[in-house]
Design a protein around this ligand. Structure first.
Ligand SMILES: C[S@@+](CC[C@H](N)C(=O)[O-])C[C@H]1O[C@@H](n2cnc3c(N)ncnc32)[C@H](O)[C@@H]1O
Length: 453
């Protein structure tokens, strides 16, 4: 056995820290893109040439994503801690200084990273950024104080309130009341599990993947490693889809042999469900690039659908459909567990603009139905303008349409997922299993409407 001398101790510590540096650099770049440049996290992660995540080994990539997720989920608490120690506030034009402090504090306060390592790496990151480098001593001093006193400050805060930006807190309290708002805010603090929709036997895949079967028929796992490496991915046995997102397509009930239009279809989770249920599917999306992903996903799953790049506010087919699914673009506030960047990217103004687009999409969707046809409208939003109010306005514009309420066995006998009017409304704090890591679902709205014969 080799004796560990102080010299080689230092060497191995240095090597460990160098190993950790690319992940930290990627995390700071990603946070900079989201919070300072207002770019959606998934877009930045998907841009292969971006450099932020390029060439990172899988383990570093997972660590970078975990740091970004933790920083965003606890951003309110961390900001309050940093403010306490930044006596003169954050200097202006300091490059990535803020993301470096935010991610450094996230590691110390919420990820059990030894403070000396988190601080050392943060100082190096600052030294590497030409605009932040004159603040390397500030990074050192502030993060040292975070490690000494930060936890006490962070824990004493009203956690649900502090981590929710005012605009969302105010609108959720107005719409859902304070208790539900707190429950939504708390659900977003936990990294969500991975939900899969399987084409075959859920029991078999739950056993093979070490997962649990949910009431929706989905298989739930705790995420580890690359999704592409999991059994069943290559042979197309399943696709990733939150349990709540799997409900709207199922509200069309028996669609085998029917012609179904899937409007706003990409990346195609619902297209795959419709095709797997035996429908003849036409998938429409405005984005050619995103439709290419639908085609790729269907090919992997051994499923088929016709894909059409078109604007669904005006698109008209040659013949009307038995059923239409409109999963409209929305603010995505129901997906905050999976997209902790949403609270920092969206605003009241976006919701108003999206609501206008949704009503135009709905008006056109209605014209695509055969008499007696069924329309399911869904959004992954917690905002009534994109759900309940949208349907109320549609019904007021179309006297011939009516809601077909969810039946007693829908959705899967979970009456707490339905509103009295017979529409679906789920919340991120629902679907509680044994522990927080296994729990939760996206906040979804869906209404089933029929055009009488
Ligand atoms: C919520 S995502 C759909 C998710 C998809 N239904 C699924 O389950 O995988 C919204 C989609 O609407 C598309 N979109 C936005 N505006 C559109 C329009 N005017 N016409 C057609 N598609 C549109 C976007 O390109 C995006 O792919």
């Amino acid at each position: 056995m080799t004796a560990t001398t102080p010299a080689n101790k230092t060497l191995s510590r240095t090597r460990d820290q160098q190993v950790g540096l690319p992940a930290r650099r990627a995390a700071a770049n990603l946070l900079d893109a989201v919070l300072q440049k207002k770019q959606p996290l998934d877009d930045v992660l998907g841009r292969v040439r971006d450099g932020a995540m390029f060439d990172l080994p899988t383990r570093d990539r997972a660590l970078a994503r975990a740091i970004v997720g933790t920083s965003l989920r606890h951003k309110g608490q961390i900001d309050r801690v940093l403010e306490t120690f930044l006596e003169r506030g954050l200097p202006a034009r300091a490059g990535t200084l803020y993301p470096i402090l935010l991610s450094g504090a996230a590691q110390i306060l919420f990820m059990n990273v030894p403070p000396h390592a988190a601080i050392d790496l943060a100082v190096r990151l600052a030294q590497w950024d030409p605009r932040a480098k004159r603040y390397d001593k500030l990074v050192n001093a502030v993060l040292r104080r975070v490690s000494e006193k930060g936890a006490g400050i962070a824990d004493a805060l009203d956690v649900s309130r502090t981590n929710t930006p005012d605009w969302l807190w105010d609108r959720w309290v107005r719409t859902w009341g304070e208790d539900r708002t707190r429950a939504i805010a708390d659900a977003q603090l936990v990294e969500p599990p991975l939900d899969l929709t399987v084409t075959g036997d859920p029991e078999k895949w739950a056993a093979e993947l070490g997962g649990k079967i949910l009431p929706t028929g989905s298989v739930r796992l705790l995420p580890k490693g690359r999704i592409e490496g999991l059994p069943g991915f290559t042979e197309g046995a399943w696709w990733v889809q939150d349990a709540a997102a799997s409900i709207p397509a199922q509200l069309l009930r028996d669609i085998a042999g029917k012609r179904v239009a899937d409007l706003c279809a990409a990346p195609g989770g619902k297209t795959a469900q419709l095709a797997a249920a035996g429908a003849t599917v036409t998938a429409v999306d405005l984005s050619k690039a995103r439709l290419a992903r639908v085609e790729e996903n269907l090919a992997r799953l051994g499923l088929a659908a016709q894909t059409i790049a078109a604007d669904a506010t005006t698109w008209q087919p040659e013949a009307p459909f038995d059923a239409v699914l409109l999963d409209a673009p929305c603010s995505s506030t129901g997906t905050i567990r999976r997209h902790p960047d949403v609270p920092y990217l969206k605003s009241d103004k976006d919701i108003a603009e999206l609501a206008t687009l949704q009503s135009r999409l709905l008006d056109n969707a209605v014209t695509l139905l055969k008499p007696g046809g069924t329309l399911v409208y869904s959004t992954c939003s917690l905002e009534p303008e994109e759900g309940e109010a949208q349907i109320a306005a549609l019904l007021a514009r179309n006297e011939s349409l009516r809601i077909e309420p969810l039946r007693a066995d829908e959705p899967f006998g979970n009456t707490e997922w339905a509103e009295a009017s017979g529409v679906l409304r789920t919340f991120p704090y629902q679907l509680q299993l044994d522990s927080p890591e296994w729990s939760g679902m996206d906040g979804f709205f869906a209404a089933r409407l029929v055009r009488p014969s």
